[in-house]
Design a protein around this ligand. Structure first.
Ligand SMILES: O=C(O)CC[C@@H](O)C(=O)O
Ligand SMILES: [Zn+2]
Length: 541
């Protein structure tokens, strides 16, 4: 009797949750995904870049340990080089204009800044091959660049490297509706691929906040994870083939479109996630899933981290195959979003909750999926895992939920200086690190925890008014040691770039790193491709 009464009141409260009309006014569809602050944002003026003044040393303010020496074996550009490139690519694709160079020399966060004097914009694989062949023979260092949305200083030069931007190679080559296999050039913007596939009744297996600017070649080169990985897996699984140009100009045609192919070593995987340090990815072939008709998004509040974790276990068990995203943010992240992003409202405004979880389901049967989600929410409320929640009633509400989660990095940028850590950790331990960091930092800075809970990926961000070495000393090496102790990864999905090249040993054994160094030497003996990144500096020159 007791239980029945409880259940019927729970049913009533769930009903009211489900039917709640959101008061939030929908944003202009955030799904254009542009990190809107990208072109103009310059709060972090404080970084010291000694690269320009002193070509020998680069010291990035955000990390005292990032002190790099320019590789003395690299040449510097001369007028003959410029003439060669102009002859090869045409005047318009050889850019020396200072304003344009300023943009491509600077990363999205305005934290890393190189001093390249040359931007090249090839239109074909053959042009990329000729560029690299020439640079290799002249020992000119090169930075491959896509949408330049990276967060670890991987896509901008450190010194005077030539920037090879793939943005002009943006053609879709083929799409097979039967198999769902898309073949395209590396410079295609992720959002354009998403729109193209939408018209065909398919979706990209990856989706991320930077979709409006990032390019698929950059996504593949950094093995970007994003918001759908919990459902569709990583790019190591979804990239069926690729074409890459080696440092000496050789073109590796691995652009297969087969689900199964066990003929020898699967070399394409070397280029997925090696951040342009082994070759430049010029084309990719990707397996894309069909677009399913029923999508639901719930925005939920949890009392504590343990409830979020239990909710994840329940979601996997009860939602099973329809679960397509499981994201979380803590109260500090929500507070930043509400304070720094225009027009964003909390869909659960009655009180601030310690944690928020965004769950998305995607399936093919509207009533079955909805029933499944409601049953899951009901039992989770009954079990005390959810303290409040709301289900989006239309696309605008769904977008406004996603805007909150995807807007966290933008809000952090607007709040001032930010130290970013992208960690894979056992889910049950993950938030202990956030609590530890709060204790360590006290009033020095704000600690924010959010990320892809469904993938065991924490985005630990430390926010302060300005960069300060006293803050950094409290964070590093503590965060890396903590992660290593729990057998986590110091780079879950953002790569190592310049920021963490020297930290690789926290996640990889010396023998493994040595083997990586041998592979690098084999494929790029002069070390011209994306130098100072990925591998420790001792192995990079
Ligand atoms: O800025 C970050 O720390 C995370 C960015 C991105 O990976 C995200 O999941 O929003
Ligand atoms: Zn992420």
């Amino acid at each position: 009797m007791e239980k029945l009464r409880a259940t019927s009141s729970l049913r009533r409260s769930l009903k009211s949750i489900l039917n709640r009309q959101l008061s939030s006014v929908s944003e202009p569809r955030y799904l254009n995904g542009k990190r809107s602050c990208q072109p103009t944002f310059n709060l972090i003026r404080d970084h010291r870049n000694l690269g320009e003044a002193n070509p020998i040393l680069y010291r990035c303010f955000s990390s005292v340990s990032t002190v790099v020496q320019r590789n003395p074996s690299f040449s510097t550009l001369n007028p003959d080089d410029i003439s060669y490139f102009k002859q090869l690519l045409g005047e318009k694709s050889v850019i020396q204009d200072e304003d344009r160079l300023e943009t491509v020399n600077t990363d999205w966060m305005h934290k890393y800044k190189g001093s390249s004097k040359l931007l090249l914009q090839p239109r074909t694989t053959e042009e990329v091959a000729q560029i690299l062949k020439y640079c290799n023979s002249r020992r000119l260092a090169v930075v491959p660049q896509g949408g330049n949305t990276g967060l670890v200083g991987g896509s901008v030069p450190v010194f005077d490297e030539v920037i090879v931007n793939l943005g002009s190679m943006n053609n879709i080559i083929s799409f097979d509706k039967v198999s769902g296999i898309l073949v395209c050039e590396a410079g295609c913007i992720l959002e354009n691929l998403i729109s193209f596939l939408d018209n065909q009744g398919f979706i990209m297996p990856l989706d991320l906040g930077a979709k409006g600017s990032c390019q698929i070649g950059g996504n593949v080169s950094t093995n970007a994870g994003g918001l759908r990985l919990v459902r569709y897996g990583s790019l190591h699984g979804n990239v069926l083939g690729l074409e890459a140009v080696l440092a000496n100009g050789d073109v590796l045609d691995m652009l297969g479109t087969l689900r199964k192919d066990n003929t020898g070593y699967d070399l394409k995987h070397l280029f997925v996630g090696s951040e342009g340090s082994l070759g430049i990815v010029t084309k990719v072939s990707i397996l894309t899933p069909p677009k399913l008709s029923s999508e639901n998004i719930a925005f939920l509040a949890c009392r504590d981290y343990s409830s979020c974790q239990k909710l994840l276990m329940e979601a996997k068990r009860k939602l099973g195959e329809i679960l397509s995203a499981f994201e979380f943010l803590d109260i500090q992240a929500m507070d930043l979003v509400l304070n720094h992003l225009d027009g964003v409202r909390n869909p659960l405004p009655a009180t601030m909750h310690n944690f928020y979880v965004l769950i998305e389901t995607t399936g093919s049967d509207e009533s079955y999926d909805r029933e499944k989600l409601e049953a899951f929410l009901l039992s989770s409320m009954e079990g005390g895992l959810i303290s409040d929640g709301v289900i989006a009633q239309d696309i605008n509400q769904a977008s406004s939920f996603w805007r909150i989660r995807e807007g966290v990095p933008e809000a952090l940028m607007k709040a001032g200086a930010v130290y970013k850590y992208d960690l894979s950790l056992p889910v049950e331990k993950m938030y202990d690190l956030v609590d530890d960091m709060r204790t360590r930092l006290g009033d020095l800075a704000r600690v924010i925890g959010y990320g892809h809970l469904g993938d065991g990926n924490l985005h630990l961000n430390v926010s302060a008014a300005q960069y300060d070495d006293r803050i950094l000393e409290q964070i590093e090496p503590y965060v890396y040691e903590w992660t290593s102790k729990h057998r986590g990864s110091i780079s879950a999905e953002h790569g190592l770039g310049l920021m963490k090249a020297n930290k690789i040993y926290y996640s990889k054994s010396p023998e493994t790193v040595k083997t990586m160094g041998s592979i690098k030497k084999l494929l790029d003996p002069n070390g011209i491709l994306n130098p100072y990144k990925v591998l420790p500096h001792s192995l990079n020159s």
